[in-house]
Write a protein that binds this ligand. Structure first.
Ligand code: BYC
Length: 313
């Protein structure tokens, strides 16, 4: 069994739900996929706060659709976790009780509408860098979910950039609002990729199993290289005095994020951690009647189908 699994990984083939897999592989996947699903669901909140306040009907419709897409991503991912034997209700409990993580980035506030644009540009941009390689992840259901998610993320990134382009063509106050949002989101976005490689306990096993295809630092570097020319085109400054092109490496050098901040935010002490978890808890509790009604409806449908089968027989 182990040999067959090892050969599947070595040949770059996919592991599927019914295949034998080592316990550690299953555990790592459930951990990563559940955290990813939680991030999508919690990630609806910072932008969702702007749905009622979007400045035009067009912006409202766009934002609605984007936040709805994020709910969809969460659902694909919870389904992928279920193929590994996880239970979605249990995963939700773990999130609400703070026993499972979600991305640090969603613990920062969104005080202006420019934050919506910068989330699209930076956060969805970082998500694309991180998630495109996950489309080749060794676990079939996760890799397939990522294909669709990435298509939508790339659309989300463009809508963020287009919103910022529009604001940059507007008034001085709008341009200042964009620059302020860029200043606040740049470093937290770099932290989305996780701790530096030397301090990333899960990377070695995840790379050997081909769940992760690139290290945290490599993906962070790709994000910086991709974003710098976009910032120039937009006309904003990225808040890093050490950021410069290194012709020898053919890549940008950049400063070191404040890793103690990442640890604090992951540990529950970010600007909005308590608020995000509490909102998720109340939404879950308020939705109890919907889950009960859906379960009762499904049971009724099943009874009817059985009765019909009986009548035919
Ligand atoms: N935030 O050994 P490491 C989105 C944890 S959704 C919080 O490097 P790994 C979007 C890590 O879990 C974005 N925790 O871990 C949604 C581990 O703790 P545990 C979410 C973090 O797994 C809505 C510990 O630190 N994307 O894009 O090898 C709107 C040590 O780290 C963070 C995904 O989830 C963090 N930033 O690598 C818009 C992508 N970083 O579990 C956009 C899938 C690290 O040992 N996930 N930790 O207790 C991954 O690619 C990997 O899990 C990570 C971390 C690169 C994030």
């Amino acid at each position: 069994m182990q040999e067959h699994f090892d050969a599947t990984i070595a040949r770059d083939q996919r592991v599927e739900p019914r295949d034998w897999m080592p316990d550690g592989y299953r555990r790592t996947l459930v951990r990563q996929i559940a955290q990813h699903a939680h991030s999508e669901i919690i990630g609806m909140q910072p932008e969702g706060e702007w749905i009622t306040r979007a400045p035009s009907l067009r912006r409202k419709a766009i934002l609605f659709a984007k936040v709805q897409d994020e709910a969809g991503h969460g659902l694909y991912l919870y389904s992928a976790a279920e193929t590994l034997g996880a239970d979605r209700a249990d995963l939700t409990e773990r999130l609400i009780e703070g026993r499972q993580k979600y991305s640090s980035i969603f613990n920062y506030p969104t005080p202006t509408f420019a934050d919506v644009g910068v989330i699209g540009w930076f956060v969805d941009g970082a998500a694309i860098c991180n998630q495109v390689p996950l489309c080749r992840s060794s676990y079939g259901p996760y890799a397939r979910a990522m294909v669709r998610i990435c298509k939508e993320e790339s659309f989300h990134q463009r809508q963020g950039y287009e919103l910022l382009m529009t604001m940059m063509r507007g008034t001085g106050a709008q341009r200042a609002m964009v620059q302020d949002a860029v200043d606040r989101w740049w470093w937290p976005s770099l932290m989305m990729f996780g701790p530096p490689d030397g301090d990333s306990p899960n990377s070695a096993a995840s790379m050997a199993w081909k769940i992760k295809r690139h290290s945290n630092d490599e993906l962070r570097q790709r994000f910086v290289d991709m974003t710098v020319p976009q910032a120039e085109k937009l006309g904003v400054t990225l808040p890093d005095p050490d950021l410069r092109w290194n012709a020898e490496r053919g890549r940008h050098d950049f400063g070191t994020p404040d890793w103690s901040e990442l640890k604090r935010v992951i540990g529950g002490d970010g600007p909005c951690n308590a608020e995000r978890t509490e909102r998720r808890r109340s939404a879950h509790e308020e939705g109890a009647w919907v889950r009960e009604a859906a379960t009762a409806h499904a049971a009724k449908q099943e009874r009817r189908a059985r009765a019909q089968e009986g009548a035919v027989a």
